[in-house]
Write a protein that binds this ligand. Sequence first.
Ligand SMILES: Nc1ncnc2c1ncn2[C@@H]1O[C@H](COP(=O)(O)OP(=O)(O)O)[C@@H](O)[C@H]1O
Ligand SMILES: [Mg+2]
Length: 737
Amino acid sequence: MSKPIEQIAALTIGTVESVSPSEIKVLLEPNAPQATALNTGVPTGFPRINGYVLIPNETGAVVGLVVWLGVERSQFPKRTGLKDFGLVDLPFPLRKISLTPLGTLLATKRAGGGENAYRLERGVSAFPSVGDAAQLPTAEQLRSIIEASSKEDRRVKIGTSPLAANATVTVDPDKIFGRHLAVLGNTGSGKSCTVAGLIRWSLEKARKERARLLKEALETAQELGDTERENEAAEKHRGPPNARFIILDPNGEYSSAFADCPGVRRFTIPPAKGGTKDFCLPAWMWNSHEWCAFTQAKSGVQRPVLMRALRELRTVSPRTGIDRIVVLTALLRSYHRSLVNDRNKGAIAFIDKPGKNDFGQKLHAIARSLMQYADEDDLSKFKDILSYTGNALKRIADDRHKTFTNEAGEMIEYYQAFDSSEVENAVAALDKCIESIPDVDQHLGINEDSPIPFAPSNFAELIEQIAAEQGQSQYVDTLVLRVKMLLSDMRLMPVLTPTPDISLEEWLNQFIGSGNSGTFGIIDLSLISSDVLHLVIAVVARIVFEATQRYRKLNDQELPTVLVLEEAHTFVRRGSDEESDTPTPSHMCRQTFERIAREGRKFGLGLVLSSQRPSELSPTVLAQCNTFILHRIVNDRDQELVSKLVPDNLGGLLKELPSLPSRQAILLGWAATVPTLVEITELPEDHRPRSSDPKFWDVWTGEEDRPINWREIVENWTGTQNKPTRPSGPSEEENAT
Ligand SMILES: Nc1ncnc2c1ncn2[C@@H]1O[C@H](COP(=O)(O)OP(=O)(O)O)[C@@H](O)[C@H]1O
Ligand SMILES: [Mg+2]
């Protein structure tokens, strides 16, 4: 057993040569290890990029991360003792390393004497001085650098650190999901596996913890013989974790990876198969911005018309618990519109048959229903104006209402032609009535954005109607066309207009969770056509965001929820900040995610973004991510961007990014005390997201079968599979012969 001082001497590898706040240069001893250090207790790679070196001082030891190593020529060899200037020295190679100071390792006495324990603190309070000795950390010191000291930080293991004696790397879900996580790296570098692993391991650990808490609580309750407490404990901890993960999966990779997880809900575009459920996102859930973005409504005429149409659809839709007045105002407005419409068609319609009869009947019908409303209790405030208007309309209609008896002795009712002043009067009376009934829909918080169901089938017609009434029909053609096209798309129909329609409550239950339990939902969007994909993602994200926002408002507590977005660079694309005149779906998508990135944390909504092109991601979103897991990144621009995400003095740390092997990644940010190179725990084959590279060779050589049936694909494509309208090609029987 060597003395402590000897141990320290054995670990010394060099002396500090220069110090700046961001860089410490160390000149290595000639006898410092070349490739593997054996003097630390376990074999450690040294000197290695991203390895750790300690520089002890009076407060503890400054922890430095190796960011550069190299050889510099010197006139003289570094020798101990006096230099003999009589010797002719050849230029001599000096090994140097450059360190980035990461923090301070403090030694704390273990209770009851014995060996030292260590604790890492962020920040450096006392910088080393020139001439200080640099040491290799011992295995225990290394572990204290990497392994989390607090219980919370040790919650979920994600891997080990190959450069730190294979210390366990753990994260705290509160930290990693609470302040947004970005997983960045090239294709095939392991992002999806990391995301899948992180979720799986977190849930597994939570399940174990639940079981442990349950057991503990039951034991205490049984000891006390307290059955009530026993039931309470069972109620509280039994069952799967109350975790909410929503994976937006545009490549359809994750569905199979979590097939074995209890309680996972996998959604796909209908028809669902193999244990998956139908994904739906009714068209009425879209808000007006989303409709505008999708239809590319121009701000001049189209957008106001679209907004108004949405508002009217939402206000007249039958629903419960909404004040009758809302329905009434909407009804009045639609009466008014139809009268104005009739008037605009010109007097001719009122003189000629059958126009005058229709108009007369309409007036009578409106008058009748106004009188009816006047008698209703909940509308008693408006009794006078309603009955006044009803009477006025009735009088106009009565004046022209005639009967005669024909030859057969039948009584025939008809209306005489109305003149235009009568029509004007009717319109004006109704107008006045609308004016005196307050525009209550706004007071009740119902507007064009409220997620109130409506039947989208007559959306296009309503837009046409409103435009016609304003004499602007010619401007809304494209708008109407887009709406019609969207709503008649065979493939989208079951998503946008599911049968039976789903209520908002059911939707939230299904996709976010119900009662006391969460939902782990994977939404496979691989079959959604690209033009609506952005919008679907934007709408789902927004609804989840608004739901958590409202939850917080009503319950005063946040609802921890994680939204995972794969291929984030396509959906949260960097773009110009100025509002363009017509927002596009990708605009919409970016805005939604930027909003979640900025505000989500307050409501417990965490984002996990995975992307292979960080340089194309919205800077706002990236800037809000507090934890990063960086896999291999080769591209210049992406590297440059990533290095900007970390503090200046850590830039060097990322120099290893282009050469990281798969499964290795650098964990840095809020969830990691110090930036750490992690070898992510291996996921078994069937737990990995399915994203294997195409197998050209095996298909070429016949190892794998790939039969082609374009007909099936074409039928599916054109939405004609269940419609045997025309015989196409030879029938099945003919094929068989
Ligand atoms: N943690 C891991 N466990 C097992 N295999 C992994 C792991 N990480 C990466 N891999 C391997 O790397 C391949 C690519 O990983 P993947 O996550 O699909 O990359 P990316 O999403 O970045 O394109 C996987 O098919 C798998 O073989
Ligand atoms: Mg992937």
